[in-house]
Write a protein that binds this ligand. Structure first.
Ligand code: ADP
Ligand code: ASP
Ligand code: MG
Length: 437
């Protein structure tokens, strides 16, 4: 019997109807043995994710504002799932404990983790699988970094004892046993870590769409599906903004070469997207996909003959480091360069950064420009095809979109362009039309 790890996202576990769908899917293939569960997501567009409600409850409790109504909404969701699935499971003790913990000021990560904890508990009951808490399988070291060896050893040992199990996604534990969560959407990472630990042959990631699309379906209506995509391409597209899979989810499975399949819980019969280490198969066109994000800023720095000052770049980087700023890109010319950074790193720090840049780097001019969107065009076929960038820029020019910045990734599988935020959706549309239609 081989092993499949199946992760079900919040979109697939939002209510009892979906739980019953998930049950059918899991029991339909006896290889689906390790199931990773997210917290309930939105049942419809008006709904709120349980994780968001838990964060809100935590914030209210912290400020000594009544949080019971918010927490009640969370509990009601679980009640509906338990009752709708016809389970004989009493969660009252768990609810009372969470309420008390909020009152006593339990930490934010722990409170958020209860979303997946309770959902996994219910799913294990529904499937008749063992419940194994992620705090006993996924470990962080004292620096808060993922402890690979300890985690993979524990997961492998667990797989020898339990042939089938449900594991909550999104969190693990610190050496002092405190719960720590991954960043948002981290259930995908749990699935990937469990896959590596149990040495699976396939990691299935079940969501609400039949695969990874060549463009964001919220911008392009019915975009073409990507049938096969490489780890590297997927990582570029996810990092750039395609939110279907957590941008770090590829990392644990990479060394083991485990394929990931994106599947649709609502249409399980449809073919999904398969993510592989490498492939000879051609993509949907010379590009595999396009994705992007808004909310970036450019810091333009001018200094005549900056290259002659050997310590210029070091001083520049130290200003960024001291201020905790992550640099996205740094296109440059002889007498000027641009630092592209996410807006969130500049909030409340712009004056300090300007002052420090002026005093340490002695530039002729420093200017900030916000409202930038970055768009990444990705394709393994790009390396060997002439004219991809010509096609890209012709398409943008034809739509009268002003390109503020261009970066060609060193891996030669991506081209990044910066445009004004107001042009973002139009730019994605024109790129999609040029390459995919
Ligand atoms: P889950 O709850 O299963 O983790 P997510 O909401 O995190 O699901 O991810 C699925 C969503 O990602 C889809 O509903 C879709 O709107 C969005 N998405 C963004 N970009 C893409 C893309 N390129 N392909 C597919 N889905 C995308
Ligand atoms: N529930 C968490 C979130 O909403 C983790 C996940 O869904 O993967 O971010
Ligand atoms: Mg997700």
């Amino acid at each position: 019997m081989s092993i499949i790890v199946s992760k079900f996202g919040g979109t697939s576990l939002a209510n009892s109807k979906q739980f019953l769908r998930v049950k059918d899917i899991v029991l339909n293939d006896e290889d689906r043995r390790y199931i990773v569960a997210s917290a309930p997501g939105k049942s419809d567009s008006e709904d709120t994710k349980v994780t968001d409600l838990l964060y809100l409850s935590y914030d209210l409790a912290k400020h000594k504002i009544a949080f019971s109504d918010t927490l009640e909404k969370v509990f009601n969701k679980y009640e509906e799932i338990v009752n709708g699935c016809g389970l004989n499971l009493d969660l009252t003790k768990h609810f009372e404990k969470i309420k008390l913990e909020l009152e006593e000021g339990k930490d934010r990560d722990y409170i958020a983790s209860r979303g997946e904890y309770l959902n996994a508990l219910i799913l294990s009951e529904l499937l008749g699988y063992e419940f194994i808490d992620a705090k006993d399988l996924i470990f962080f070291n004292n620096n808060g970094n993922f402890d690979e060896k300890k985690s993979y050893d524990a997961i492998y040992e667990m797989s020898k004892k339990h042939k089938k199990a449900v594991i909550p996604g999104f969190y693990g534990s610190m050496p002092n046993k405190e719960v720590k969560t991954f960043s948002r959407g981290g259930g995908d990472l749990t699935g990937s870590i469990i896959s590596r630990g149990v040495k699976t042959s396939l990691y299935e990631n079940w969501t609400d769409i039949s695969g990874f699309m060549s463009a964001d379906p919220r911008i392009i209506k019915n975009p073409k599906k990507i049938e096969v995509i490489t780890y590297k391409e997927l990582r570029e597209l996810s990092y750039a903004g395609a939110s279907v899979l957590h941008e770090e989810a590829i990392l644990p499975v990479t060394a083991a070469g485990i394929p990931i399949e994106i599947k649709n819980t609502f249409k399980p019969e449809e073919k999904g997207t398969i993510i592989v280490p490498d492939t000879d198969k051609k993509g949907p066109s010379e590009i595999t996909g396009v994705s992007g994000k808004k909310h970036f800023s450019v810091i333009n720095i001018e200094k005549i003959q900056m290259n002659k000052d050997k310590s210029f770049h070091r001083k520049l980087m130290s200003v960024l480091e001291v201020n905790g700023i992550v640099l996205e890109h740094m296109p440059s010319s002889i007498d000027s360069l641009s630092l592209i950074v996410a807006d969130k790193y500049l909030t409340g720090k712009m004056d300090t950064i300007e002052t420090e840049l002026k005093s340490f780097c002695n530039p002729d001019k420093v200017a900030f420009k916000s409202g930038i969107a970055l768009i990444t065009v990705v394709g393994r076929g790009m390396k060997n095809s002439i004219g991809t960038s010509a096609k890209l820029f012709t398409a943008l020019a034809a739509s009268k979109i002003n390109v503020r910045m261009i970066v060609q990734g060193a891996s030669e599988i991506n081209i990044i362009v910066g445009v004004e935020e107001k042009d973002y959706e139009r730019a994605i549309e024109s790129i999609y039309d040029a390459f995919m239609k």
